[in-house]
Design a binder for this molecule. Structure first.
Ligand code: TEU
Length: 558
């Protein structure tokens, strides 16, 4: 319908700048590198680029620790490069979404430098400073990245709160001056031509008054902050203010990253009448394989649980609100290794994961390299890893007496660095990513899995993504159709229909290496369905033939 916002029919491509393309040979990706690859993105057909942080930063967490919100880190380029990137995208009909990281700053941000210097600094109340309790921190909260969420600072003897690393002090949104600064930052980028924001852990910004102790899970020395720092009492108020101050009257895409958000909360945040953001990133489906010991303690994932989760989100946001759709980002291991098969069935499983996700209702996100079927690097030695979460986990687990081989196996499967190895452009030694020494090793499989080979092969994962993206543009049912799960209890088949007026789109996806019958599909697929897109050559027995290992089909009846 004409009133629908543009982002409902858009596909977003996430760029992790450090690992996308290095233009100056220092081994770290940069904005001129991104500009060199705009035609590649245009060929894929995506509508939006979401750029992970490129601001001045000590890079303690690869840029999610910002020391100047209104600039570009010299290693990534200049503001003039950013302007050229904006223009290059706009000229090709694409948009540019920036990463707004305002739950915390870098400890090298001038606000924090001033804040820590004395108890009467005008910036003291920009952060959470508290006296200790006895010999310890003010409360029992643990950080997301291992260890305590508080660090004592010598200058004043008080502690500051950091839900992530100690180099990422949390901003105190209770202070209206902090909120005004955030509004100014958002307006500044929008005025410069940004088309929206992905907002980092934006449901952490309202903390419960008093910052009470959290429950301590067995075997952990720290309390959970979730109950007191996620979806806090003033969250809707703060986000509503930001919407009114910065987004209102502008045609922007805003996506709030919200770990721990429920379907009901997401519906409220994305309600077209009084919601604050276009959509949220929820975490339920990517947390299902976390074991009792946390994310590095991975447990096998039953497809029925994954379907149960994603289907609940599809149905829960069917009429009000809007879903974002993702299996990959810079914080998750590669989906083809995690949910698919990165060995014998790599190409088919990468395509089938994509088919399943892209035909759902919502806005799909493609993370760089996903469209090539890039897999986990799974480094075996801790020295090969760069990620602070991985290193902190390793240090804490080893100090607690864990078995090193076990710890490294967990890291190889789940480390965020699996997503952060350089983009694989070609088969040359550094995969065409850099002429220098890459900041993190290139996955050796780039000799086979790379963009140059994929572009040249009509059956590649890349061209499958290109076709899926094109289907969204051609068929309104992909954007607007009602979602109905099919066979939710089937252990290997992911199947559903989308319906709009007289049109039925049916997705049949085999998430296994066995052959699977689809007997139930003919009853719901509508009259004379045609094969719109498949991962394998059309079967002689027709569109309802049993699915071969990791085969998927998209059918259309009208
Ligand atoms: O991540 C927020 C977050 O809590 C998780 O994605 C987290 O990184 C992961 O679950 C750890 O297991 C955002 C950013 O996406 C991430 O890169 C940053 O490190 C983090 O915030 C802090 O800014």
């Amino acid at each position: 319908t004409p009133a629908d916002p543009w982002w409902k029919s858009a596909v977003v491509y996430q760029i992790y700048p450090s690992s996308f393309q290095d233009a100056d040979g220092d081994g770290l990706g940069d904005l001129p590198g991104v500009i060199d690859r705009l035609d590649y993105l245009h060929t894929l057909g995506v509508d939006v680029v979401w750029l992970s942080p490129v601001y001045p930063s000590p890079l303690a967490d690869n840029g999610y620790d910002i020391s100047d919100y209104l600039g570009i880190h010299p290693r990534f380029g200049t503001l003039a490069d950013w302007d050229r990137l904006r223009d290059g995208l706009h000229e090709r009909g694409m948009r540019l979404v920036m990463d707004l990281v305002v739950n915390h700053t870098s400890d090298e941000h001038p606000w924090f430098a001033d804040s820590r210097a004395s108890r009467d600094s005008p910036y003291r109340d920009f952060y959470f400073w508290r006296p200790g309790r006895g010999d310890g921190p003010p409360n029992n909260w643990g950080s997301v990245f291992s260890g305590p969420a508080w660090t004592r600072d010598d200058a004043t003897g008080e502690y500051f709160l950091h839900l992530f690393t100690r180099n990422q002090p949390d901003l105190n949104w209770e202070n209206p001056k902090v909120r005004e600064q955030v509004h100014d930052i958002a307006r500044w980028w929008l005025d410069r031509g940004a088309d929206g924001f992905r907002m980092d852990v934006v449901n952490f910004v309202s903390k419960a008054p008093g910052l009470p102790d959290g429950p301590v899970p067995p075997g952990s020395g720290y309390g959970l902050f979730a109950e007191y720092s996620i979806n806090g009492p003033r969250l809707h108020e703060f986000l509503g203010e930001l919407r009114d101050a910065a987004f209102a009257g502008r045609d922007v895409l805003t996506v709030g990253e919200m770990p721990g958000v429920s379907v009901e909360q997401a519906r409220a945040h994305t309600d077209p009448v009084d919601g604050e953001v276009s959509m949220v990133f929820q975490f339920e489906h990517v947390d299902l394989d976390h074991g009792p010991g946390g994310k590095f303690d991975r447990v096998p994932l039953d497809l029925r649980r994954l379907k149960g989760s994603l289907d609940r989100w599809q149905l829960g946001l069917a009429d009000r609100g809007w879903n974002s759709l993702y299996l990959n980002n810079h914080d998750q291991p590669r989906a083809v290794s995690r949910f698919g098969d990165d060995g014998e069935h790599r190409t088919a499983s990468a395509k089938t994961l994509a088919t399943t996700l892209h035909m759902m209702k919502g806005t799909p996100y493609v993370y760089q390299g996903e469209e090539l079927g890039m897999a986990n690097a799974g480094f075996s030695d801790i020295s090969e890893y760069r990620d602070v979460e991985t290193h902190n986990h390793y240090l804490h687990a080893m100090a607690a007496g864990a078995d090193e081989a076990r710890v490294m196996a967990g890291i190889a499967r789940m480390s965020r660095d699996n997503a952060r190895t350089p983009m694989q452009w070609d088969a040359s030694p550094n995969a065409g990513f850099t002429t220098g020494t890459p900041w993190i090793a290139v996955n050796p499989d780039h000799t086979e899995v790379n963009a140059e080979a994929a572009l040249a092969d009509p059956d590649s994962v890349f061209h499958h993504y290109r076709r899926l993206i094109a289907l969204r543009k051609e068929h309104p049912v992909v954007v607007h159709g009602a979602y109905t799960p099919l066979l939710p209890e089937h252990p290997a088949l992911y199947a559903y229909t989308r319906t709009l007026d007289g049109t039925v789109l049916t997705v049949l996806a085999n998430w296994s290496a066995d052959t699977v019958a689809v007997d139930a599909a003919p009853a719901v697929a509508g009259p004379r369905p045609e094969l719109l897109l498949g991962t394998h050559p059309a079967a002689e027995e027709g569109v309802f033939a049993p699915l071969r290992p990791w085969e998927s089909r998209v059918l259309l009846s009208r």
